[in-house]
Design a protein around this ligand. Structure first.
Ligand SMILES: Cc1ncc(COP(=O)(O)O)c(C=O)c1O
Length: 434
């Protein structure tokens, strides 16, 4: 290591120590965020090292992250992207690739999804000219069920795209079986559920494709970032092509002739020998991440197991502490699952003597951060009202979520003191109103 580099990194370590607050929690004054990144000295050093080496595009850390994360998530391939939303766009668009021949999704085909969730789980369906078919979710687990999905399958259904709600797995084994029985693709949006299991198996390993977000609220962070994972090498190639401008070649930028056939291809109506690096087999995007992001991802990945344990512990503390509080529906893990929770969801009973807004205002007034279950019923938002879609059954629970539901944090940056303050604040409010 050069002398200057060592000096810089030593100073960065000292700087990191300097920036650590006193850690004193003052109830009502200290912010209790619903989510946030937990970044330590190693993360800061990793970012500075990548910056010192000016690894400003995707490079060795990106490749290392992709292989390490794929191994950790028990998939053969992972492709880094610039966000979880981009990962969903790539995973969905991959299903429309001509390389899938008769299995490819075509405009007008239907994709089953849920109405209550995050918009960019659904948007790629519309962006690809496909039709979302919305089903309702259950209160308590905030997931849909295999029965609801089965009822929605029709002659035009070609795929199912669902997120594991706030870390809680949906009935993924049963829904994957439905997909097999009806020859449908399954994409698991695992953005909020890294480390969750169903029947002892990691979520994200049941469908053909799965997606992850590395935004700071999520289990691992790169600032911005995401990932598409799959065990299917043909799908992985399609995702890579779509991510990297649509090109047919799989050499990394800066690499050439890995296939030893760079000038030997003839594709489309191009002249024989046209440089494979510039042959485009998909109408693609550029949705790559940078090495700075990946360098941070690697140091975060080393802490994933601890993060997951902390999320589970924090959720359990809130669940035990709030047990029996009237007028509130507490969250439940889906049977046979072990969730790596994203948040702690509460639904105020419609007949409660107080409104959600009053409870939320009270908590926010005490610096206890709250969030909505994302969009609530997506079909009620201006962006979706005129979009082609179908609803199967009713969306009554999605409407209740829109009106009555919110969540508080369980992320690893929260301490027992903070969680106990959340518990006592909720109890104090409900007792005063009850
Ligand atoms: C379930 C789900 N899917 C997709 C996304 C999008 O991820 P990103 O913010 O990285 O685009 C999010 C974001 O929070 C999410 O919760």
């Amino acid at each position: 290591m050069s002398v200057h580099r060592k000096l810089v990194l030593d100073e960065v370590r000292k700087y990191h120590q300097d920036t650590q607050g006193d850690g004193v929690f003052v109830p009502g004054t200290t912010e209790i965020w619903p989510s946030g990144a937990v970044l330590d000295e190693d993360d800061r050093i990793a970012l500075v090292e990548a910056a010192l080496e000016m690894r400003i595009a995707a490079g060795r850390s990106s490749r290392k992250f992709e292989s390490s994360f794929a191994r950790k998530m028990k998939r053969r391939k992972a492709h880094l992207t610039n966000s979880g939303s981009s990962a969903n766009l790539l995973a969905t668009t991959a299903l429309t690739s001509h390389l899938l021949e008769d299995r490819r999704l075509r405009p007008g085909d239907e994709v089953i999804t849920v109405a209550a969730g995050f918009p960019t789980t659904v948007n790629p369906i519309l962006q690809n000219g496909l039709i979302p078919v919305f089903v309702d979710v259950e209160l308590g687990t905030y997931n849909t069920t295999a029965d609801r999905v089965a009822q929605a399958i029709g002659p035009k259904t070609r795929a199912i795209i669902i997120a594991h709600a706030l870390g809680n797995p949906f009935e993924v084994a049963e829904i994957a079986q439905l997909a097999v029985d009806h020859d449908l693709f399954l994409i698991e949006d695992n953005c909020d559920a890294v480390g969750s299991t169903y029947d002892g198996k990691l979520t994200g390993t049941f469908g053909e494709l799965t997606t992850v977000s590395f935004y700071p609220a999520h289990h691992l962070t790169m600032g911005e970032g995401g990932c598409v994972l799959t065990a299917d090498l043909a799908l992985a190639r399609i995702v890579e092509s779509l991510r990297d401008w649509g090109r047919d070649c799989w050499c990394e930028p800066g690499e050439s002739d890995k296939c030893l056939k760079r000038f030997k291809y003839q594709m489309g109506t191009l002249p024989a020998g046209y440089d494979h690096k510039y042959i485009f087999s998909h109408v693609g995007y550029n949705l790559k991440a940078t090495d700075l992001q990946a360098a941070l991802g690697l140091t975060q990945l080393a802490k994933l197991d601890d993060f997951v344990e902390a999320r589970k512990r924090n959720w359990r503390r809130l669940r035990d502490g709030l047990d029996g509080v009237p007028h509130l529906l507490l969250p439940e893990a889906t049977p046979r699952s072990d969730p790596s929770w994203f948040g702690f969801v509460l639904t105020v009973s419609p007949d409660a003597p107080f409104k959600r807004a009053e409870l939320v205002d009270f908590l926010e007034g005490r610096k206890i951060g709250t969030r909505r279950l994302f969009a609530g019923n997506l079909t009620r938002h201006p962006a979706y009202i005129d979009q082609p879609h179908r609803v199967v059954g009713n969306l009554d629970n999605s409407d209740i979520i829109t009106e009555q539901t919110f969540w508080v944090g369980v992320y690893p940056g929260l301490t027992d003191e903070m969680l106990d303050y959340v518990i006592s604040s909720v109890k104090e409010f409900v007792e005063a109103r009850g």
